[in-house]
Design a protein around this ligand. Structure first.
Ligand SMILES: C[S@@+](CC[C@H](N)C(=O)[O-])C[C@H]1O[C@@H](n2cnc3c(N)ncnc32)[C@H](O)[C@@H]1O
Length: 318
């Protein structure tokens, strides 16, 4: 017991050093500034309010930045857990690899080769990264129990949001949960914008229009993006995702909330593998599946493909 307390304490102390380094290097400013410990913790608090975080979980932090949420979640999932972080800013990924992976070897960070006009200043040089997050389905920890994206969809246009919802949906494991923070435009947040209590400067005139997506600045469109709540849910449904919880944050002027943004939990029903599933016939039926289902690895890939994709696409093996 004493040893466990000592180890938990030690992890926190080491995390503190990393938090100090991220501030000193200016990385915390790139991802929005504020107190990185409080911001990371408030995201954990809101997840605790909506779902269970347990040791051993496999977690994907999409748009991980400099690891403000990765650090506290690594404490929670423990050594038996796995954390994968993805971001488009090479310097931040390098920092996470050098600092966080060194302390938590059960973490890995990948640079995604993608553009975002709000972050263009920091994405000029690319590392040898991945080109699509689909590529993560090849790594052993895919089939994630928990995927989260904090303050990421608040910087994505509609085409990217759709694409990432589809891709992230396919990376979820059985009973996996996808947690996304967003700025939902609904009656309550419109009231906040109208009454000037909102912390995000949406135009009170434009917010009254029935749009799918709202940008808070004209010159830097992706600086702050809001989605009409129903439109976002529809987009998620297109990716096979159903909302199970929504938590409304403080941003429109609500008080006493756990976090600034709104947070939605999305889930995807993943079927059992049918007893008569025939991996060889399944692979033979489709040109885009080129694995050798006679091998153990090929069979496992075919089975994984069926429960994650094939089932939803109506694919067959007869
Ligand atoms: C406001 S920061 C939040 C970082 C982190 N989630 C946090 O809460 O500290 C937004 C992050 O999203 C990343 N991002 C933007 N567009 C992205 C994309 N297309 N794919 C992955 N990450 C992206 C940015 O590089 C940035 O690190």
């Amino acid at each position: 017991m004493l040893l466990a307390l000592f180890l938990i304490g030690k992890g926190k102390v080491n995390n503190k050093v990393i938090f100090e380094k991220m501030v000193a290097a200016g990385f915390n400013d790139i991802v929005g500034g504020g107190d990185p410990v409080d911001i990371g913790q408030s995201n954990i608090d809101v997840m605790d309010n909506m779902l269970e975080i347990v040791p051993g979980m496999k977690v994907l932090d999409f748009g991980c930045g400099c690891g403000r949420v990765a650090l506290p979640i690594l404490e929670r999932i423990g050594d038996a857990g796995r954390l994968v972080g993805v971001d488009i800013i090479p310097e931040l990924i390098q920092f996470c690899q050098d600092e966080i992976k060194a302390l938590h070897p059960n973490s890995d960070f990948y640079q995604l080769n993608a553009k975002n006009s709000h972050y263009k200043k920091w994405t000029k040089d690319q590392l040898a990264g991945i080109n699509q997050i689909d590529e993560l389905s090849e790594i052993p920890e895919s089939g994630f129990d928990l995927i989260f994206a904090f303050s990421v969809f608040t910087h994505l246009g509609i085409a990217d949001s759709k694409k990432y919802l589809e891709q992230l949906s396919k990376l979820l494991g059985r009973n996996g949960k996808l947690v996304i923070s967003a700025l939902f435009i609904n009656e309550s947040s419109r009231r906040g914008v109208r009454n000037n209590t909102a912390s995000v400067p949406f135009s009170p005139r434009k917010i009254e229009k029935r749009r799918d997506v709202y940008f808070c600045t004209v010159r830097d469109k992706l600086g702050g993006v809001g989605y009409r709540e129903e439109s976002f849910i529809e987009m998620a449904a297109g990716a096979g995702l159903e909302p199970s919880r929504i938590y409304y944050g403080e941003w429109p002027g609500r008080v006493g909330r756990l976090c600034g943004h709104d947070v939605i939990v999305l889930e995807r029903g993943i079927p059992d593998l049918p007893k008569d599933f025939d991996a060889k016939a399944y692979v033979a039926n489709y040109k885009d599946l080129d694995w050798d289902a006679a091998t153990e690895e090929g069979r496992a890939r075919a089975e994984r493909h069926y429960v994650r994709n094939g089932y939803f696409e109506g694919r067959r093996w007869d």
